[in-house]
Write a protein that binds this ligand. Sequence first.
Ligand SMILES: NC(=O)c1ccc[n+]([C@@H]2O[C@H](COP(=O)([O-])OP(=O)(O)OC[C@H]3O[C@@H](n4cnc5c(N)ncnc54)[C@H](O)[C@@H]3O)[C@@H](O)[C@H]2O)c1
Length: 324
Amino acid sequence: MAAIRVAVIGAGGIAAAHLRAYAAQAARCEIAGIADVVEAAAQEKAAQYGGQAFDDSERMLDALQPDAVSICTPPKFHLPAVKAAAARGIAVLCEKPPARSLQETEAIVAAAEKYDTLLQFAFCHRFHPPLRAARALIQSGRLGQLAQIENRFGFRFAWAGQSWFTEADIAGGGILIDTLVHSIDIFRALTDEEIESAQAQVSSALPIDVEDSASLLLRGRGGVLGSLNCSWVTPVSEAIVRIYGTEGQALLDYNAEPGLRYKLAEDDDWTERRFTGQPDRFVAQADSFLCCIERGESPVVGGEDGLAVMRVIEAAYESAGVTR
Ligand SMILES: NC(=O)c1ccc[n+]([C@@H]2O[C@H](COP(=O)([O-])OP(=O)(O)OC[C@H]3O[C@@H](n4cnc5c(N)ncnc54)[C@H](O)[C@@H]3O)[C@@H](O)[C@H]2O)c1
C-alpha cells in the first residue's frame, strides 16, 4: 500500500503530539498538510514536521485530498471539520472531547456514517502502555471480580481564564468535559461495561465561568463503582488510576516509573511493571488509526464510544445542576 497521506487541522499543542506520532511512522504515512486559522501556527508546524501550510482547512482538504486527517481544533470546531472531511471521504481522527455536547457528537457520528468514512475519537489513554497492561491484567482474571476504580487527574492550569479551555461556548464546559471525559473513557475501557448511573459535583475556585474542579461517581451495569476526580487548581500534578478487585489491586501512576504496580491477595510485595522504551500513547494511537486505514478495521475508539462517553457527560452536568 502507498504511504497514507495525512493532514492535520489545528496547529496548537495537541497537534504537535499527532505530528510527532505520524513522523515516527514515516514509512507508512506522509504528512501532507497542516491548516490553522492562524497561518503562522500552521507554518511553524510545517517547518518542523513537513507538509504544506494553509490558513483554511477546507481549502487544504480540496488542494491535497489527503487519505486521513487529525482534527486538533478546540471542540466548537470539531463538528464542521469532521463534516468537511467525511463529505470528502477522508478518514478522521478527532480529538477529545468529541464535541461540545451529545447533540453535536451525534451529528459527527451521523456524518461519518452518511459518507461511510472511518471515525476514531482520540481517547489517547486507551493506548497508554500501563493502561493496556492493566486492562490485560483485569481480563486475565488475576484481580478477581472488579469492585471499584478511582482516578485523579489534577494539576494547576496556569492559563485558566485566558484560554478557550475556560470558555463554555468554545469548550462546551470546564474541566468535566475537558478532562473527566478521558476518565469516563478509561472507566469504560477497564470495565468493558456501559455506565448506568452518573452523579457529579462541580465547583470553581477561580473567577471563571466554568467549573475548575469536578467529582463524578459512576456505577457500571455490572456493578463496578467509579470515583473520578479532577482539578485545574491543585498545584501538585497527579495522574493516577487505582483498580480494586476481589483478588488484588493495581495502581497506575502516569508521572512515575514503574507505570503500573499490582498486588494480589496472596502476594507479600507489589509487582512492578516498567514501560520505558515503548511507544507512547500518541504514537500507539496513530499506529492504531493507520492500521484501521490499511486493513479496513474498525477503530478501537469509534463513534459509539464517543456517544457513550458524551451521554455520561450530559448526565453528569445535569446531576450537578449545570445548564449549558
Ligand atoms: N488527548 C489529549 O490528551 C489532549 C490534550 C490537549 C488537548 N486536547 C484536545 O485537542 C484539541 C485542541 O487542543 P490544543 O491544546 O491543541 O489547543 P490549542 O489552543 O493549543 O490549539 C488549537 C489550535 O486550533 C486552531 N484553530 C481554532 N479554530 C480553528 C479552525 N476552525 N480551523 C483550524 N484551526 C483552528 C487555533 O488557532 C490553535 O492553533 C481540543 O479538543 C483539546 O481538548 C487533547
